[in-house]
Design a protein around this ligand. Sequence first.
Ligand code: ATP
Length: 574
Amino acid sequence: MKYQQLAEFYNEASSTTKRLEKTAILAKFLKNLDEKDRDVLYLLLGDIYPEYDERKIGISNQLAIKAISKAIGVDEKTVVHEWKEIGDLGKVAEKLTAKKKQATLHRHVLTTEKVLENLRKLPELEGKGTVGKKLALITELLTSAPPLEALYLVRTIIGDLRIGLKESTIRDAMAVAFFSDPEKENLKKIQDAIDKSNDLAAVFDIVRDGKISELEKIHLQVGKPVKVMLAQKAENIHEAFETVGKPCAIEYKYDGFRLVIHKKGNQITLFTRRLENVTKQFPEVIDYTKKYVKGDSFILDSEAVGFDRKTKEYRPFQEISQRIRRKYDIEKLQEELPVEINVFDILYYEGKSLLNEPFEKRTALIKNVISGHPYKIIHAKQIITSDEKKAGEFYKKALRDRQEGVMFKNLKKEYQPGSRVGHMLKVKPETRDLDLVITGAEYGTGKRHGWLSSFILSCKDEKTGKFLEIGKMGTGIKEKSTEESKIGISFKELTEKLKPYIIEEKGKSVKIKPKIVISVNYQEIQHSPNYNSGFALRFPRFTALRPDKSPSDASTLEDVKKDFKSQKRSWRYG
Ligand code: ATP
């Protein structure tokens, strides 16, 4: 299809903030979408491939500035100047393209196929001359683009589409477009298919034929990442039992990071909860899986926890978090920061999906297939009980073992990928800690000159998907760069991480695309008119980078409200 049609749709969709209106606009668009244009579904969220695919566009603002300058024939300084004024590179491209004299235009009509073709070449490029080749691919598109198309092309390229579409809007719009009666049940079936496949176009292929029952044919595939099931929170053991029922399984809630292990024949692949492939980073896990887990094909859900080789004590998450990202010195890191794999669920075994099997069956199977080797791979520590006293003792034991708390699991329930379910509950001591997204910052002065030094933190508004500010943070970050394998982060390192995501600069202040998630500790939450969340953190302090979490996994406004209420309760009784 013509890229112009897509740009016009983007424009219409961004003209309203009302969810129902957006859904209706999208439903109309999807209804008219030709079968052969199914890959446009990826472009709707600013992607070029399905969510499970690791190939992303990954173009920096700097390169986009170069491309705009080259395609439109203005110097880079002009582009940067306009960017500082307008604060949106897409709008800059739109404005400058509109100014360009008609006579100089040699336009071909852009199609979505051509846009996808060029953008899909970007992640494949490696080695010498990459920057020049990338520049050429983007410039070729921009040269053919009239103003509105230039706006959305640039926004797509820098990963900041700003049309307010979410996966859930696409789900709702599919139901509105293709089912006369978009009941809740249908929505759930579409969502389940998305969560299992992480491929919007694959789901669209089925939905557009109006055959909802066919959605069940979308299965897990070993080797393709799947969204994990998440837990809700219970205030205490009593409440947890009331919700999940008796007897139930209680397990350690390990303080590590989620690791999903896929095995198909000799091929083992490891994914984080944000569907990132981290196989290369954990060679020992491949080894343990091959040696100590029976079976030719399976998907295991687990928590990787760090421990001290000498004392055998568990180590907190922040001490091992660097293993997730680091792609060099892997052997050294593996030696210094070993992990133990605690398997707590199994989603697939020997050709069969186990998602609909009750937890008691799945957990029994784990016992059968894993020969436990402590400090390598084990079945997560678990008791099955109805006894609150025993549960209390197990909880204390988990805390003594330096873990976060315990998980309560209903024995009869299924595994729901991607959902935060009420049949798996976490119980942990009040921690005063949140996972927040950095959405802005200020450049420092004096010895922090040139570095971002004060960071705006935001939580997620689940209803709108927007990020709401909740405070500013400058503590907990080191002045000097950390040595290898040491914990923490310096101003310089954090600045380097954030720089590619700067979307607007005004004086010393910058706006940052919500990409980087960090764990933050605080003393108190207060009501505040200064931030659009309505709350402010007192004395927030950086504790860890969360490379394993995506912005959509950040703490929500609801979490903040709950913590606000529970702090008041503990003051009253504490
Ligand atoms: P928190 O910040 O409290 O860790 P979270 O947002 O990381 O929560 P939750 O769904 O709230 O995620 O808590 C579940 C997480 O706990 C899982 O994602 C997993 O990484 C971890 N976990 C540790 N031990 C277990 C276990 N035995 N069963 C399930 N999840 C576990």
